[in-house]
Design a binder for this molecule. Structure first.
Ligand SMILES: [Ca+2]
Ligand SMILES: [Ca+2]
Ligand SMILES: [Ca+2]
Ligand SMILES: [Ca+2]
Length: 130
């Protein structure tokens, strides 16, 4: 009897911490809602939309350079900001993410896998979704 009570208290105190690893596989598993081990455009856009909301601090529904915190570099900002108002709206962000997604999917199968996410373009994509 005494043993079983002790065992219970040990279990009660047990704590499971989530791993905070940042390798591509964890990016995929965190955002892969249909569990096919790859990210499709819908999953990527959902994540990008959530990130936009997280980064958008001053409530003007656009991301300025300060809010972007280097996630889009100066040169790429010209592509991401076609109306050149120096901010990225939610629509501009989504369109840009779609473009980078295509760049990050060289085999054109409509999904990015772990290998594709570890390329230069894949890393650019990661900065837009997490
Ligand atoms: Ca998926
Ligand atoms: Ca803003
Ligand atoms: Ca703009
Ligand atoms: Ca692919």
């Amino acid at each position: 009897m005494l043993i079983s009570i002790t065992t219970l208290s040990v279990f009660f105190g047990a704590d499971v911490l989530p791993a905070l690893a940042k390798e591509p596989s964890s990016v995929v598993s965190a955002l892969d809602s249909d569990n096919d081990q790859t990210l499709d455009l819908a999953e990527v856009k959902k994540a990008a939309n959530d990130l936009f909301t997280t980064l958008e601090k001053d409530g003007d529904e656009t991301l300025d350079a300060k809010e972007l915190k280097g996630r889009i570099d100066k040169k790429s900002l010209k592509v991401a900001d076609p109306d050149s108002d120096k901010t990225v709206s939610r629509d501009e962000f989504q369109n840009y993410v779609e473009k980078i997604f295509k760049d990050a999917d060289p085999d054109n199968d409509g999904t990015v896998d772990e290998n594709e996410l570890s390329t230069k373009q894949g890393k650019s994509l990661q900065r837009l979704i997490q």
